[in-house]
Design a protein around this ligand. Structure first.
Ligand code: DQA
Length: 147
């Protein structure tokens, strides 16, 4: 079972970026927590971050043979038709994750162009959202749950 975890722009700054919204833990800590959960579930993960929309499209295209994707496209969630098109042409189940509750923030963040192409969306639970996404993908892939 192989899963891509892809993080979008500015998530490399976790820990120093608006800690009142995103917390004080870093992307390295998030990766570590995801690796531990994935190992316990027997999932092989690739953990990536990019500040570039085109590179995110390339990464998704290159990993379209994966069993699942966890995507936090960050600000591109709200703006990127290119990422939405990529997901529309994408087979593996995608769990869209946001650290913050995008529906409790500014109006523009309440719209996700990518969510209609996702299996589901987790928003507002910090790092736990990624761990829950791993659990959900594992359940779907091993038991056929949620199909
Ligand atoms: C985010 C929410 C987005 O609106 C924002 O642009 C981000 C992070 C989140 O994880 O809460 O960069 O995706």
């Amino acid at each position: 079972m192989r899963v891509l975890i892809l993080n979008g722009p500015n998530l490399n700054l976790l820990g120093e970026r608006e800690p009142e919204i995103y917390g004080s833990d870093t992307l390295d800590t998030l990766e570590q927590q995801c690796r531990e959960r994935a190992a316990a579930l027997g999932i092989e993960i690739e953990f990536a971050q990019s500040n570039s929309e085109g590179e995110m499209v390339d990464l998704l295209q290159r990993h379209r043979d994966r069993d699942g994707v966890i995507l936090n496209a960050a600000a591109y969630t709200h703006t990127s038709l290119a990422l939405a098109d990529t997901l529309a042409a994408f087979e593996p189940p995608v769990v869209e994750v946001h650290l913050s509750n995008i529906h409790a923030r500014e109006e523009i963040r309440r719209q996700s162009l990518t969510a209609p192409h996702a299996w589901g969306l987790i928003s507002g639970f910090g790092f736990r959202g990624y761990l829950a996404a791993l659990d959900l993908l594992h359940a779907r892939l091993s038991e056929g749950a949620g199909e």
